[in-house]
Design a protein around this ligand. Structure first.
Ligand code: ADP
Ligand code: ZN
Length: 432
């Protein structure tokens, strides 16, 4: 279902006009109210009068996470505190918290884009939506909650944690939509099987999963285990939370809600914008935010913009599944490796469980990679020789497909930590 056909299926030309109007307003707002932006623009010799349309976007300076940290907590707010009705903060995966503030209108927009996200994933006003994203400063829980409620669905605000209770509630309350991270959805499926619960007692049909990379192979694995359709959803605290982009039922990449968030792909080295279809770093400009508008925010996420039409009828451009964030990229002897690439390969080979960890060490001047993968319970009784063969096979695949040599270590079932939120895929011992 398309929640907001007017905006999601807007003719591209009309959309561009709307984006231009909103960009002009946003630039005016930050120039008048955010000293950092005024200074950055002045340094670039720009005033708001130089921005006539979205085509002028490339003239504007970038913003990065460090800017938010340098102005912690409220330095980049463009609305007075009396107009801020909510604070949220990033989960702090990569360092100090970043804090964002919302005006009442920002909360309203966030609910709208999350209602679109829920609808794109399969939810309707008749749905029961089980929210197992964490509630609190992290935006996942609140975002899913407001979106499902705006859609008119019934929300079950469980938050993260206590897996047995989650399963009981999922079964008893009969949710048809589950919202959580993909790694937690997998953990729930596994726990359901371990507890001997009967899948047919659950009414689950759709999974609206995001907040961390999930390869296509991992998506299929979760869909198979839960027998549901999984859509990938994308967002970040700095931009609003979840609700920046979402897949539709065709699973052809995530439609960006471009009337509120304008995407660009840049070359992270030269900072030059790249044409649609090319892979690079995703950059976003908020077009309607009041609390903390951001201009050309560098997400550090690596993906590609797709502009070919989607059968669903939405005219919004799409981003491909996120390959990873540049912070999670491991460079092994000059070759860039993302955990999601290893994930794809492991799942496609199918000999092992979908639980893995990349361990990076430095030996002398060289970085080394060890891939730890779980074996299944049944494999515990296998001959050592057979396990060694599997290790060798994975090692050979990593070498031929990714061009790096890695050590592969099979580990016992359930020894790689499960996550209730974002899974940790890399253990980097180089900084220790
Ligand atoms: P933190 O930066 O502390 O993790 P957030 O919770 O705001 O804070 O996380 C935003 C980040 O989560 C994004 O920049 C991206 O790296 C990741 N992310 C969110 N949704 C997805 C998704 N669908 N696929 C891959 N990565 C995602
Ligand atoms: Zn679509």
């Amino acid at each position: 279902m398309i929640y907001d056909p007017k905006h999601e299926c807007m003719p591209r030309e009309e959309l561009r006009k709307l984006q231009s109007e909103r960009l002009i307003q946003t630039v005016r707002r930050i120039y008048d109210h955010v000293p950092m932006y005024r200074e950055k623009m002045q340094e670039a010799g720009l005033t708001p009068e130089d921005i006539h349309s979205i085509d002028d976007l490339h003239k504007l300076p970038f913003t990065n996470k460090q800017d938010l940290r340098d102005h912690y907590p409220y330095g980049l707010f463009a609305a007075p505190m009396s107009d801020i009705v909510r604070l949220q903060a990033s989960s702090g995966t990569t360092g100090k918290l970043t804090v964002v503030g919302y005006t009442a209108k920002d909360i309203d927009t966030w609910s709208e884009v999350m209602a679109r996200t829920m609808a794109a994933g399969g939810a309707t006003r008749d749905s029961i939506v089980h929210v197992a994203y964490g509630y609190g400063l992290f935006t996942g829980g609140m975002g899913a909650h407001y979106g499902a409620e705006r859609l008119g669905a019934t929300v079950v605000p469980v938050s993260a944690g206590n897996t047995q209770r989650q399963l009981m509630l999922l079964q008893d309350f009969g949710a048809d939509v589950l919202a959580c991270t993909p790694s937690y959805a997998l953990h729930l499926a596994e726990s359901m099987e371990d507890a001997g619960m009967d899948r047919s007692k659950f009414k689950l049909k759709y999974g609206v999963f995001g907040a961390e990379p999930c390869s296509e192979a991992m998506r299929k694995e979760i869909e198979r285990r839960w027998q549901i359709r999984v859509t990938d959803i994308y967002g970040m605290c700095e931009l609003t939370g979840p609700g920046v982009a979402s897949e539709c039922e065709h699973q052809t990449g995530m439609h960006v809600f471009e009337d509120h968030f304008f995407p660009e792909i840049i070359d992270p080295e030269t900072l030059e914008p790249l044409p649609d279809g090319e892979q690079g770093e995703l950059v976003f400009t908020t077009l309607s935010k009041e609390g903390i508008p951001l201009i050309r925010y560098r997400t550090r996420d690596i993906t590609t913009i797709l502009d070919d039409p989607c059968p669903c009828g939405r005219t919004l451009r799409r981003i491909k599944k996120i390959l990873g964030r540049s912070d999670d990229m491991v460079i092994i002897r000059g070759v860039n490796v993302f955990p999601s690439q290893i994930e794809t390969l492991l799942l496609e080979m199918g000999d092992v469980e979908p639980h893995y960890l990349l361990v990076v060490n430095r030996e002398g001047a060289l970085d080394t990679l060890e891939v730890r993968v779980e074996i299944s319970e049944v494999m515990l009784t296998d001959e050592v020789r057979h396990l060694e063969e599997i290790e060798q096979k994975i090692k050979a695949q990593i070498a031929s497909r990714l061009g790096v040599s890695a050590k592969v270590k099979l580990v016992e079932p359930k020894t790689i930590p499960r996550s209730e939120g974002k899974a940790k895929r890399v253990q980097d011992n180089r900084t220790l």
